[in-house]
Write a protein that binds this ligand. Sequence first.
Ligand SMILES: Nc1ncnc2c1ncn2[C@@H]1O[C@H](COP(=O)(O)OP(=O)(O)OP(=O)(O)O)[C@@H](O)[C@H]1O
Ligand SMILES: [Mg+2]
Length: 295
Amino acid sequence: MDQRKAKRKVLFHVPKSIRTPYQVLPKCNVPATDLEKFRKKYYLHDKKLGKGSYGEVFMGYQRENWKPVAVKKIQLNCVEMLQLDSGRTLPKEVFFLTKVKYIDGCIKLIDHYTVKQECWIVTEYHQNSVTLGEYIFNNQILKENRVLHLFRQIASTVSKLEIAGIAHRDLKCDNILVDENDNVILIDFGLAESLEKANENLDWAPVNPPPEKDLQNFLIGPVTTWSLGIILASLLIGMVVSEIENPIEIIAKKMDDKNISFLSQNLVFQCLNLNRDCRPSPKNILKHPGLVNGV
Ligand SMILES: Nc1ncnc2c1ncn2[C@@H]1O[C@H](COP(=O)(O)OP(=O)(O)OP(=O)(O)O)[C@@H](O)[C@H]1O
Ligand SMILES: [Mg+2]
């Protein structure tokens, strides 16, 4: 090897720790190139699609074909990081987004970049989609069968997640998108956890906690079903039920006022059973006659 080539080889030797894009590096070592890489592939629009407690979501475009994307920016020092067996660290949200990429009804991850102290998560964007909360606000009188069509999709996605061993843990109207064809997409895997760990881990509070929240033998399954019940009730009564302490009375009254069918009410109250052991799993929810045959 001549001297020039040997010199070049040394110049291209980049330490593994710097090459790994997921590692949280001290401020001075943050690879600025990730921003350049992002800019090469995407154009970031300043239109904000939404804001949550952990990040802001902007509209973007893929330069290759000008297809729209959503870019969620999360602060690396505010989110949980995971270390993989390979030694790589990455935000937990990105880890679970990679896992759910092939599950129907879950948002699809496209790319992710470390930019300064943030992680920019690029996902698909669904044209003219709104959150379920906005959808309820825009369509206060929804036909029951339309509600059940939406809810069937939500329960089916959650059931597939359960089969994959994943708990979303933040099922609420703001974390569900509905597109112009009434397709439902589950977003925001920022609190996702493996089912196994979700049953051990109590340092988290669902937005609408079930009555057993203080029990020692915590079980994620019935908590998930409770959240599904709250979402179904919100769709049926045309009002997002959120952070209400004892929601059952209010839900029961509003469903009666709106003449909601016996079958739909029955499904809501099965999911919101005060005894967590009597709540159906998402798989069994899908067998409810209201979801199988409609009302
Ligand atoms: N792919 C997407 N397409 C369109 N809008 C999106 C998309 N992803 C997120 N949004 C919008 O941005 C909002 C915030 O996103 P997200 O829920 O992921 O953030 P968050 O900070 O984790 O929220 P939370 O407060 O629930 O923890 C959503 O409620 C939605 O309005
Ligand atoms: Mg959210």
